[in-house]
Design a protein around this ligand. Structure first.
Ligand code: F0G
Length: 436
């Protein structure tokens, strides 16, 4: 690939349109305070849509030898020119991430009324969630800018990913602020094990977000929440890879769970760019789904986006999306409008049953992912999703980060509960337990 000489990317404010160099560690517009986004001149490469597809096909199919560098196997950096074209390859911190499987769970689809269901399992990333895609971009950029400290507020998965990527960079310290007792033990253990300075705050995620914003204003710490638009560039590749996995067939719908709304924004931004470059000929529709307990984005959508609703998020089994004031709301709203999208919400019973059902069919997805799955089924039942629509649900994390929820479900009287039984250590007891 011949690279243009000039720098290709800059930050552009989605509010006032001002532009800023990416050498500055900005996470909001210095002029008006709105969100920034990375704008890259990808036309400078002079490739057609077919030309880009050939480059990506070649990389995807390449056999890698022992001397290959990690990023060459990454499903993020496979699309590197479209992620951070100004990042030198030797600055990339990669595990590698992405290159997750796209499942076609036929029986599960039948039960949900989705004849052409696919599930992109982002729980197959190195820290078991999609956050690794944004974090490889964010931590690489932090290192390039020379930061020794990086921080985030988190419901558990961003903190695990940040801690893990920072652990690969000698001398880099990760600082994570999590709502005390509101993330799972598995998620907490990840941050601790990777050596992050882990602070449990007596508040919710939205409270942690406010404190971390104050923290990075007081000393030179690089903020790596999805408010940082460099992370969004890495997360765009979920949509890229899903379409690439489908042999370049564009699905009718891509369905994602929505918390802080970074992921929906990222997938939309990436696919919009691919459409502009001619990599794809049309765009899918986007469906964002929330839990009823934490549904501000749904409420905004239901009100025609006349106002930006925020609320206090109540407890939900989908604890990773227990967020009342989604930071990336303006970007996500734009993508929903741009893609003829919609927002759905589901009850605790609906998300828990979808969680159990997916796992029952062998797909180890988490309760937050199940929100998207349940939302897709609901949108199908309501007629928004058509009978033969090609649907890709993004499963955002692995079931094993949420084993407590699974055990609680199976010990309850819920519809699909499969309770463990304790019996005597005899053949007779086993035979009796098995029934005739
Ligand atoms: N699914 C999982 C498993 C998550 O961890 C998150 C967000 C989302 C979905 C929602 O993505 O925020 O981009 O809309 N988790 C963040 C965190 C907030 O701190 O780990 P989003």
């Amino acid at each position: 690939m011949i690279r243009p000489n000039a720098l290709l990317s800059r930050f552009v404010c989605i509010g006032c349109g001002s532009a800023h160099p990416m050498s500055r560690p900005l996470t909001e517009c210095p002029a008006c305070g709105a969100l920034l986004e990375v704008c890259s001149d990808l036309q400078a490469f002079g490739l057609s849509g077919a030309g880009w597809r050939a480059v990506f096909d070649r990389r995807r199919g390449a056999l890698l030898g022992a001397s290959a560098r990690p990023f060459e196997a990454s499903g993020v950096w496979r699309y590197r020119e479209h992620v951070l074209p100004d990042l030198p390859e030797d600055a990339i911190v990669s595990k590698p991430e992405g290159a997750t499987r796209l499942y076609a769970p036929g029986e599960l689809g039948k039960e949900l009324g989705l004849a052409r269901l696919h599930v992109k399992h982002e729980g197959e990333n190195p820290t078991l969630s999609f956050k690794d895609r944004g974090m490889t971009a964010g931590v690489s950029w932090a290192r390039l800018l020379g930061f020794g400290e990086v921080a985030c507020a988190s419901t558990g998965d961003t903190s695990a990913a940040l801690a893990s990527y920072a652990a690969e960079v000698p001398g880099m310290r990760a600082i994570v602020l999590v709502p005390d007792a509101k993330i799972t033990g598995e998620q907490l253990s990840q941050a601790l094990h990777y050596g992050a300075t882990t602070l449990g705050l007596a508040t919710d995620f939205d409270g942690c977000m406010r404190v971390v914003a104050d923290l990075v204003a007081t000393r030179p710490i690089y903020l790596l929440n999805s408010k940082n638009s460099v992370r969004i560039e890495g997360q765009k590749t979920i949509g890229f890879e899903a379409i690439h996995d489908l042999g370049w067939e564009v699905p009718d719908w891509i369905v994602v769970p929505v918390g802080n709304a970074g992921n929906l924004s990222a997938i939309g931004k990436g696919l919009h760019e691919w459409r502009e470059l001619g990599v794809i000929e049309r765009t899918p529709r986007l469906l964002g789904v929330q839990a009823e307990a934490a549904d501000p984005f749904y409420q905004s959508f239901a009100g025609g986006f006349a106002s930006r609703v925020t609320r206090e998020a109540a407890p939900t089994a989908a604890s990773a999306i227990r967020i009342g004031a989604p930071v990336s709301h303006p970007k996500a709203e734009r993508e929903i409008k741009r893609f003829g999208g919609a927002v759905e919400r589901v009850t605790e019973a609906e998300l828990l049953d979808a969680f159990a059902l997916a796992n029952r069919h062998g797909l180890a997805i988490c309760p937050n992912s199940a929100v998207a799955l349940a939302g897709a089924a609901k949108a199908r039942a309501g007629g928004l999703i058509g009978r033969d629509d090609l649907v890709v649900v993004i499963a955002t994390a692995h079931a094993l980060k949420f084993s407590g929820t699974a055990l609680e479900y199976h010990r309850s009287t819920a519809r699909l509960a499969n309770p463990p039984r304790r019996i005597a250590a005899t053949l007779d007891a086993v035979l009796e337990a098995l029934g005739s």
